[in-house]
Design a binder for this molecule. Sequence first.
Ligand SMILES: [Fe+2]
Length: 255
Amino acid sequence: MLDLHSHVLPGLDDGAPDLEQALAMCRLALDDGVRLMAATPHWYPARDPLAISEISQEVLALRSELAAAGLPLELVAGAEVALDPELPRLAREGLLPTLNGGPYLLVECPPHTSPRLLPDLIYGLRLAGLRPILAHVERTWAGAQNWDWLTGLVEQGCLVQVTASSLTGKLGSAPKKAAEALLSLGLVNLLASDAHSASWRPPGLSQAAAAAERLCGAGAAEVLTRLTPQAVLAGEEPPPAPRPAPRRGLFFWRK
Ligand SMILES: [Fe+2]
């Protein structure tokens, strides 16, 4: 499996505080069957963001530590970029930290973000050649009753990422219900851990992948945790989002 959202780089944000914790997170990921993680530290356009070169250097440093510790986890660079009116301009100027340097950008929408803000910004990013991936939609809009607006953004080329621990219920009932609703509507492209430490929202996708298979049937986990992340890292078109098979009708014999 490939996990495209994590805060594993030590000391850069509210994720791993030090190298020891970062390596503990990597061990957990490997034990769970994750073979690649994208390191996606928070990146705030309006608050003196990290230099892209600094993220790359930290990824190289952690790769060296992984090799020294004999841990065969692959790491790629990215960032979790906060929604900001400046994003389209930064995208046009090539200044955004995309996933693996390709066309996909992990975008964080803070809690209580109005969906009405999204279409113009998404349109601007698409015009600049980027494919936004909306991070943890099920947490930002956990109380949503209607997802028609998200369908519109998906039609514009957005991808949707759901947090593994939302789907397993570890973050409470509202994110779980929202995650299940999104999967049922065929609106989820990726599962990711958004891991911050070895204990709080730890790495690992297998339990959520199993939950997705229970909802959407065999093959869903493969799409959500391997095929789509691979396409993202390669800058290719992702496979269709999984959706549940239509229910077969009930037939009653009449005499
Ligand atoms: Fe995150």
